[in-house]
Write a protein that binds this ligand. Structure first.
Ligand SMILES: [Zn+2]
Length: 1091
């Protein structure tokens, strides 16, 4: 069990790790010969080339087949006298399924990315039309008024609300009520709900009337318009549930269209959630300009977006990609911004906003209406040529628009005059009006059905976004990494609290037997805290929050919300655990000022890292409670800080002693604290269980202590430590860290700096524009101090450099938990100017130009590093995982926080740790990123054999899923206060067995009571995610995962809307079948009563 496998290593500023792993390939000897690897690399290159040719060939065939089928379909439609049962829909659909899925990866391979000047439409091309194209099927234009309200960016959420948003919404009610032809869409429920609380019943009734009349549409219905790169799917779904639940409760409607015009790139994980929540259509905007142009040429700007892993059309959602540069008025009426700007009547002369193209709008009068209408129609017609139907979507709005009453009048009355003109001139074959997205998509679908036209199917994602030239938005994948990590801390805290709280309420009802809760338990207050926590996490998913692209004071506002939410949720967790653990429930007493349980760490401020509180030990046992928030039985190491170098831990229930280790708490790299010590012990925790341990002071010398070796530039430094043994380094060859026997894979960890450009635009919060000379190897004037720890529970190597501390740790655990290396960094680059720090893994895995990174932790996406793109274009978001592989092995880096990842050369994987940039990058923020903090990052590194390769869709292995689960959901330690006689506690184990290894309990979220606002109901949302996993590597030994039981379930939509519940009959069948019908990769939502 305790293979002591760690030895020190140091090579200049770079440090090497060699990892060995089992290697078996049909009984052959391990391939270690260098020349064999070279041959394999050459072979791989050849295969890549062949595959590329094949892809092009497939596309050609698909295009040919596509046109053939379209001809056939239209011929058959005509042949059957216009009947719309065209051809055989089943056959067409089936063919469609197999032949017409456009893979974005292939599009990237084909495009030259040469960025030629397209004329008026700079990034596009000249659009021609004859004028008779609409004679049979008139042009049908929907002008969709919108106002993009960032929940925090240049101002805080509250300040925007005060200054702009409430005025927009107040005016909306008045101005839409004035004229039933006027329309408006609204996306951000965070704002809408805040405003709702401020308005009276009369206004609320008006809002409901506008919704009913279809004049107002709530689009997407999320708490925010979420970022799609850095957000974890838990948070993406949670903010969607929060928004949808609010909408259903207060407005009684259900969103049907998605609207994401500002997130910096788009992910299919989001589309999966939208589809699961019952949305049919969606609009996206920020897509690489070259992709937009290609899609425009192919008339594929409207498509069915399909999940990579889905071979059916189940996950398809109709997506409209806006063709031009921006979502503002100059870039939405047609290809020419100088013309479109003249139809933004908020920019009429004399106002605060003007047209940068220097041609101002004119108020529409009898005299100019013809000329103006025809000018606008020309833009509409050109834009229409980019789509397959003659229905046209024209958004009308911008950031925080429609604030003043006069702006409403200017836009609505001038447009109405233009619409009226079109109405009176039938010869123009155009019908234009205000519309919502629902209006637009209904008309589009009608026309698709009537003409028998098909939309193409597209798979993949839209990262990395570039809006112009080589300005790739890959900087924000890492900007403000401190808060990206705090986001995930809140996420893990929220999920753990949701689960514990739901289980507590269920247990209480069961305990009382009358369906009621224990009087003293502050269920309503706690539910309020949960709600605030959900909303803080939701707010932070906004595309200027988790992205790190807001102004400094706004970042502090977000940070403070995250921080307070964590503290509040901890209160809920503590009192829930308190009740669950009490043997005699009648002894439960809630006291806010003196909680029975406390966390064993404190977070002092929103910008501070957590600190463990030392546990005072004596001969009397201290109760330590450990919560396993995962649905899996888990071998883990529990770490706490104690005030004695000798401690003993027993599991309270069984009296079983735990294997423990005492290590130093380092005050400085080479100075150990004489008063506090780290106690680590190995334990195995049942799923979702709260286990009680007793910790006592032990006789001197009875607890095994870690041993230390120090190095600095080949010499032993002066080391100050009492209690621990420190030795001199043993020989120069002591520089390898070994796992099990088998094929050796070299893994070297390097640190590098990127600078920014010396000329022109420079890196900022959004953009990564690295210096011309590329990355520079990190070097420091003085050699690092390297500290090697070895002990029975874990061993590690810590390298202390000036800008970072880097630790590689191996836990001596049996089973899969001991199969990965833990890497942790604390980074501090506050002394730097225009520098970005990168950690790079250099391996001998022959990965070619391919690697994989996750999308929102929901799925893996293949990436190809392309030399035709600039370096910054080859960086992608990594929410929680990335891997490299060749025919024999796979190297997976799992992370506990979001950041940028790239594989710039074969075998290499790098992540950007922090960025400090002194200047604005001209995307409106108006500042650099200089509020860096002491920032922590945490990873697991896995090396696995691959026995076969070439799966169509690559997933993480089962082992990687389990490791990632543990990494994202750390154990939660609580301690009982020490004063007085303690009531007896007993462990709490809600489920008798783990869920199957590939099933993840995403959440167990208590729903709000339908009668009593702000109170918890008896219903919970049970969210299960069945993960897709790679079978080419099976963990050894196989993890023990079996089935578990949840009762009284009804399947629902992903946001648990009442209308999405399955009817009772099928729900009963569902229950009989248990919940075994979870499909791989799919998330399933159930409404469950635990009582
Ligand atoms: Zn925005």
């Amino acid at each position: 069990m305790k293979r002591s496998r760690v030895l020190p290593l140091l090579v200049g500023g770079v440090f090497c790790v060699a990892v060995e792993t089992d290697y078996l390939l049909y009984g052959q000897e391990p391939l270690t010969n260098q020349s064999v690897f070279q041959d394999l690399s050459r072979l791989q290159l050849k295969i890549d080339r062949l595959e590329h040719l094949l892809t092009e060939n497939n596309r050609l065939v698909a295009t040919l087949r596509n046109s053939l089928l379209q001809h056939k379909a239209s011929w058959e439609t005509r042949g059957r006298g216009g009947s719309n049962s065209s051809a055989d829909p089943f056959v067409l659909d089936e063919l469609n399924l197999f032949f017409f899925v456009v893979q974005l990866l292939d599009v990237y391979d084909l495009l030259p990315f040469d960025n030629p000047d397209g004329g008026a439409w700079k990034q596009g091309f000249e659009i021609r039309y004859q004028g008779n194209e609409w004679n049979e099927q008139p042009l049908e234009v929907f002008v969709v008024p919108h106002s993009h309200n960032d929940p925090g960016w240049l101002k805080t959420f509250d300040l925007y609300y005060e200054d702009q948003t409430r005025h927009i919404l107040n005016n909306m009610v008045l101005k839409l009520s004035d004229d039933s032809r006027r329309k408006m869409i609204w996306a951000e429920v965070s704002y809408f709900s805040k405003w709702w609380n401020d308005i009276d019943e009369q206004k609320r009734a008006l809002v409901k009337r506008l919704l009913e009349a279809g004049q107002l549409e709530l689009v997407t219905g999320g708490w925010v318009m979420a970022d799609e790169a850095n957000s974890h799917y838990f948070a993406l779904l949670d903010q969607l549930i929060e928004g949808h639940q609010w909408i259903q409760r207060h407005l009684g409607v259900k969103p049907s269209s998605g609207w994401a015009i500002d997130p910096f790139g788009h992910s299919p994980s989001m589309t999966y959630l939208l589809k699961g929540a019952g949305l049919q259509n969606m609009v996206i905007q920020r897509v690489h300009y070259a992709i937009k142009k290609h899609f425009a040429r192919q008339q594929t700007l409207e498509f069915l977006w399909r999940q990579n892993w889905d071979s059916s059309s189940r996950s398809d959602i109709t997506c409209h990609m806006m063709p031009f540069y921006s979502y503002d008025v100059p870039h939405t009426c047609g290809p020419n911004p100088s013309v479109c700007c003249q139809f933004d009547f908020h920019r009429l002369p004399g106002g605060r906003v003007f047209c940068p193209w220097r041609i101002s709008p004119q108020p529409i009068t009898k005299e100019n209406v013809e000329e103006r209408a025809l000018l606008l129609l020309d833009q509409y017609r050109q834009k229409s040529r980019l789509f397959r139907t003659s229905v046209l979507l024209v958004p009308l709005g911008d950031d925080f628009r429609f604030v003043d009453s006069s702006e409403w009048d200017a836009q609505f009355s001038n447009y109405q005059k233009l619409f009226d003109y079109f109405e009176q001139h039938l010869e123009l074959h155009v019908k234009a009006r205000f519309g919502t997205l629902a209006d637009y998509f209904a008309a589009q679908q009608r026309q698709l059905r009537s003409t028998g036209a098909n939309l193409p199917t597209v798979s993949g994602d839209f990262f990395t976004y570039a809006d112009r030239d080589d300005h790739y938005w890959s900087g924000y994948y890492t900007s403000r990494p401190f808060y990206k990590r705090l986001d995930r801390t809140l996420e893990a805290t929220l999920r753990a609290t949701e689960i514990l709280f739901s289980l507590t309420l269920a247990e209480m009802r069961r305990f009382r037997g009358d369906g009621r809760l224990v009087d003293d338990f502050p269920a309503k207050e706690h539910f309020g805290r949960l709600t605030v926590g959900r909303r803080s996490l939701g707010l932070f998913q906004h595309h200027d929050a988790v992205t790190g692209t807001a102004r400094d004071p706004v970042v502090i506002d977000y940070g403070t919300r995250l921080f307070h939410s964590i503290l509040n949720l901890r209160q809920v967790m503590q009192s829930s655990a308190h009740w669950l653990l009490l043997l005699d429930k009648n002894r439960y007493h809630h006291d806010d000022s003196k909680p029975f349980l406390l966390m064993d760490d404190v977070i002092a401020a929103h910008d501070a890292l957590p600190q463990k509180m030392p546990l005072r030990l004596s001969d009397e046992p201290r109760s330590l409670i450990v919560f396993n928030p995962t649905e899996q039985r888990r071998s883990s190491v529990v770490n706490l800080v104690v005030d004695s170098p000798d401690a003993r831990v027993i599991e309270a229930e069984s009296g079983r002693p735990m294997v423990a280790q005492i290590s130093a708490v380092w005050v400085e790299p080479s100075r150990a604290s004489p008063e506090t010590f780290q106690l680590s012990f190995i334990t195995e925790l049942p799923p979702l269980a709260l286990i009680v341990y007793h910790v006592t002071r032990a006789p001197t010398g009875s607890t095994p202590r870690a041993r230390y070796v120090f190095l600095r530039g080949g010499e032993a430094p002066t080391v100050q430590t009492k209690h621990f043994s420190v030795s001199r380094p043993q020989g120069p060859e002591a520089n390898k860290l070994r796992l099990q026997s088998g094929l050796v894979r070299q893994v070297q960890v390097q640190f590098l700096w990127y600078g920014t450009r010396t000329r022109g635009d420079k890196s900022g919060a959004y953009l990564f524009l690295p210096g011309e000379d590329g990355p520079q190897l990190y070097s420091s004037s003085e050699p690092p101090l390297v500290r090697v720890t070895s002990g029975p529970v874990f061993s590690d190597i810590t390298s202390c450099f000036r800008h970072f501390k880097h630790t590689v740790r191996l836990y001596h655990l049996d089973g899969h938990a001991g199969r990965s290396l833990e890497i942790s960094n604390t980074v501090d680059i506050r002394s730097e100017v225009n520098h970005e720090l990168v950690m790079r893994l250099v391996t001998d895995v022959s990965s070619g130009n391919r690697f994989y990174s996750d999308l929102n932790s929901f799925q893996m996406q293949q990436r190809r590093t392309l030399s035709k793109l600039p370096l910054q274009a080859n960086f992608y978001p990594m929410t929680s995982a990335s891997f490299l592989q060749d025919d024999t092995s796979r190297l997976t880096l799992l992370s506990a926080q979001s950041q940028a990842v790239a594989s710039l050369r074969t075998g290499e994987l790098e992540v950007v740790l922090d960025r400090r940039l002194q200047q604005d990058d001209n995307r409106g923020l108006g500042q650099g990123v200089t509020d860096n903090k002491l920032t922590a990052s945490l990873y697991n590194l896995l090396l696995e054999d691959r026995k076969v390769g070439g799966a169509a869709v690559e997933h993480l292995s089962l082992l990687a899923h389990l490791a990632s689960l543990s990494l994202s959901h750390p154990l939660i330690n609580m301690v009982a206060h020490s004063a007085g006689l303690l009531p007896k506690l007993r462990p709490f184990q809600p489920v008798s067995s783990s869920l199957p290894c590939d099933v993840h309990l995403l959440n167990l979220r208590t729903l709000e009571d339908e009668q009593e606002a702000g109170s918890p109901s008896q219903e919970v949302a049970l969210l299960l995610h069945r993960k897709g996993f790679d079978c080419s590597s099976a963990p050894e030994p196989l993890p023990q995962c079996t089935w578990s039981v949840f009762r009284s379930l009804r399947r629902s939509g992903l946001t648990l809307l009442r209308g999405d519940d399955e009817d009772l009959e099928s729900a009963r069948q569902q229950q009989q079948r248990r919940i075994i019908s979870l499909r791989p990769m799919e998330i399933s939502a159930f409404r469950a009563e635990l009582d």
